[in-house]
Design a protein around this ligand. Structure first.
Ligand code: KIV
Length: 271
């Protein structure tokens, strides 16, 4: 039996069941209506409206400048495109770290204004109060541990996290805390595969990996990376499934050529 194929709507409970049955969870980022519609029709389990929008949509170097209004705009567009998948929205930097009341107000805005199903935020023990408050308001929360891009200025680089004992121990403790306070799933970004395997076994909630090896309960990639739209970003964990950047480039070149040689539009393309 495939849980993924049987369900009409993917919920947080579906993901829980998938973990129990050893069925892997597929998650992909999306930021607009058109791609969300294609991904949903393809059968993706979860769409993450990631704050990676800051990188791949807005062209910022980091996710730090992304605002709540921008995330809400992207999430509204994505939700209009889907029928079946679960939509999770990233809370951007500055909307949940300072205090739990601000965190709850930000999460409520996302849920009320977008129609999305859950939020995601980065960090462990240090953001626990915010998670507790959001969960107790009935909003499903996905955690995010390991490489947390909103803290890039603390880390200094985007290299693999938790290779050292101390950081690995903190991550093990953090994932327990996230489960205890009611997160329904946790993203594990760029950590050693052995550590991801260990923590995946240690909790009942699903882990979704990005650069965290095959033992995670699911996998996530940024759509622009896996479709070959971003060409300069080639980390080891990335599998590129299409070469859209090149295809689009060729299509646009041909379009320009056709205009220049007065071949487009032709008679059948005119009124
Ligand atoms: O913002 C994002 O796209 C993410 C994924 C990389 C997990 O958080």
């Amino acid at each position: 039996m495939s849980i993924h194929k049987d369900v009409k709507k993917v919920t947080t409970h579906t993901l829980q069941k998938m973990k129990l049955h050893g069925e892997k969870i597929s998650m992909l980022t999306a930021y607009d209506y058109s791609f969300a519609k294609i991904f949903d029709a393809s059968g993706i389990d979860v769409i993450l409206v990631g704050d990676s929008a800051g990188n791949v949509i807005a062209g910022y170097e980091t996710t730090v400048p992304v605002t709540l209004d921008q995330m809400i705009y992207h999430a509204q567009s994505v939700v209009r495109g889907i029928n079946r998948c679960l939509v999770v929205v990233d809370m951007p930097f500055g909307t949940y770290q300072s205090n739990s009341d601000i965190a709850l107000a930000s999460a409520i805005r996302i849920m009320k204004e977008t129609g999305a199903h859950a939020i995601k935020l980065e960090g462990g023990e240090e953001v626990l109060d915010s998670i507790k408050k959001i969960v107790s308001a009935g909003i499903p929360v996905m955690g995010h541990l390991g490489l947390t891009p909103q803290s890039i200025y603390k880390f200094g680089t985007y290299t693999v996290r938790a290779k050292e004992e101390q950081e690995a121990e903190k991550l093990k403790k953090d994932i327990q805390l996230l489960e205890e306070v009611g997160c329904f799933a946790v993203v594990l970004e760029k950590i050693p595969a052995t550590l991801a395997a260990e923590v995946t076994k240690s909790v009942n909630i699903p882990t979704i990996g990005i650069g965290a090896g095959a033992a995670c309960d699911g996998q996530v990639l940024v759509m622009h990376d896996m479709l070959g739209i971003t060409t300069e970003f080639k980390p080891r964990f990335l599998r590129q499934y299409a070469n859209l950047g090149e295809q689009i480039n060729n299509a646009v070149k041909k379009y320009i050529e056709d205009i220049k040689k007065k071949d487009f539009p032709n008679e059948s393309e005119s009124y």
